[in-house]
Write a protein that binds this ligand. Structure first.
Ligand SMILES: [Zn+2]
Length: 409
């Protein structure tokens, strides 16, 4: 009989023989879980006089919060930007398969598409918790179509749009459905973008700056109006210039409003950003770094031709190009490989590398009281990793949802 009956009949799990990431440190402590939440063992011992029902030997694993990917266009043959009649089943495939890469929640991302695609796809995306069926869905990330022609990257020019006629009404007419939208990437130099940024922020939607030729003062103004994120720093923006560092300058700007932090996404796959640039960003603003995969349908598949919305993409190793060009277009990197590459390229601590894929994206989305940490009462979404940060097992709400064949506890 459970020993904690006074509070709950649910079994208490004690994960032992592990180092857990808490308060920015790997600590040799046990992890306690009940009813899908992280439990405070002191309260259990002293207030409830309770103890664990089930002990699990983690074989000296690191336990870290589950990874959160806020920019992922698809994977495993699924492209979220293709207006299929059954978007749900595509999302289900990806959400199931990314569990082996340590991702426990994510933002399905749509690249610039014609309005008809948004009208068809967005109503089919619903925010939901993760579980054995797959990683949780935190809401959609819409990258474009309100971006710069000069920095369109892999986005089809034909469908780019502006705010000139009706500002927020233009955005609403394009997307139509905002209920499931969590992040919008836009170019802040566009006319009337301030109004749009303010309205999105007022609605609790995170505004990210990207695919843009904005100078620093335009970027700072966007931050003053509510923007909090930079989409894949360095890629698809003006290169750093010492007299006008552009969006990159936000990392060391002294014009950020008090108590605000600007976060920035990094595709740490060894292709999109030179390791020296990754180090510059990390050393300048370590607490804002958010690892993203920007993965496309080709992730998890053999090299060859895949799609990204309306474009055909050629995948060759870790390189992804719009077919027939040298324009980079998303990645085929997995989140766990990005974490390992970031660790290796920057020489940062294991804690820092893990937090860039968990704590920081949770802070960006304002959900750090639920996800992204192993703090008491948070969702028990976590990973068991070996010392080289290979994922051994993935848990969502305290339940094991994936594990290596050779790893049993
Ligand atoms: Zn992009």
């Amino acid at each position: 009989m459970p020993s904690n009956k006074s509070v709950s009949d649910a079994p208490i799990f004690q994960f032992t023989n592990c180092r857990i990431l808490r308060s920015h440190q790997l600590q040799r402590e046990d992890l306690w879980v009940r009813e899908g939440k992280i439990l405070n063992p002191e309260k259990l011992f002293f207030d409830e006089k309770g103890s664990a029902d089930i002990h699990l030997d983690c074989k000296d694993s690191i336990i870290a919060p589950g990874f959160i990917d806020v920019q992922i266009n698809g994977g495993f043959g699924v492209d979220f930007s293709l207006a299929a009649d059954d978007v749900q089943s595509g999302i289900s495939v990806v959400s199931q398969k990314i569990l082996s890469h340590g991702v426990t929640s994510f933002c399905p991302t749509l690249v610039t598409s014609p309005p008809s695609v948004y009208h068809k796809v967005l109503p089919q995306i619903s925010i939901r918790n993760g579980g054995p069926h797959g990683a949780g869905i935190l809401g959609a990330h819409l990258e474009g179509p309100f971006i710069s022609k000069e920095k369109k990257g892999a986005h089809p020019e034909h469908y780019l749009s502006t705010f000139e006629s009706g500002a927020f009404q233009d955005l609403l007419a394009t997307y139509r459905h905002l209920d499931c939208v969590r992040i919008v990437t836009l170019a802040p130099e566009m006319k009337r973008s301030s109004e749009v940024i303010q309205e999105l922020t007022r609605r609790g939607i995170c505004v990210s700056l990207g695919h843009s030729v904005a100078n620093l003062s335009q970027a700072e103004e966007a931050v003053r109006h509510g923007a909090t994120f930079i989409t894949h720093l360095f890629n698809a923006m003006l290169p750093f210039h010492h007299r006008d560092p552009g969006i990159v300058g936000l990392l060391t700007s002294d014009q950020i409003p008090a108590r605000r932090r600007v976060f920035y996404g990094m595709i740490s796959d060894g292709i999109h950003t030179n390791p020296a640039a990754l180090r510059i960003a990390h050393r300048a603003h370590p607490k804002g770094l958010v690892l993203v995969t920007d993965a496309i349908a080709g992730m998890g598949l053999a090299p060859g031709k895949h799609t990204l919305g309306q474009q055909v993409i050629e995948v060759d190793g870790l390189n992804t190009y719009i077919a027939g060009t040298k324009t980079l277009s998303g990645s085929v990197a997995t989140m766990d490989s990005c974490v390992r590459h970031f660790l290796e390229a920057t020489g940062c601590t294991v804690e820092t590398a893990l937090e860039a894929a968990s704590l920081h994206p949770a802070q960006l989305l304002g959900i750090e009281h639920q996800k992204g940490t192993l703090n008491y009462d948070n969702d028990a979404d976590f990973l068991l990793l070996d010392n080289s940060l290979q994922v051994r097992a993935t848990y969502i709400a305290g339940e094991r949802v994936w594990s290596q064949d050779t790893f049993t506890i």
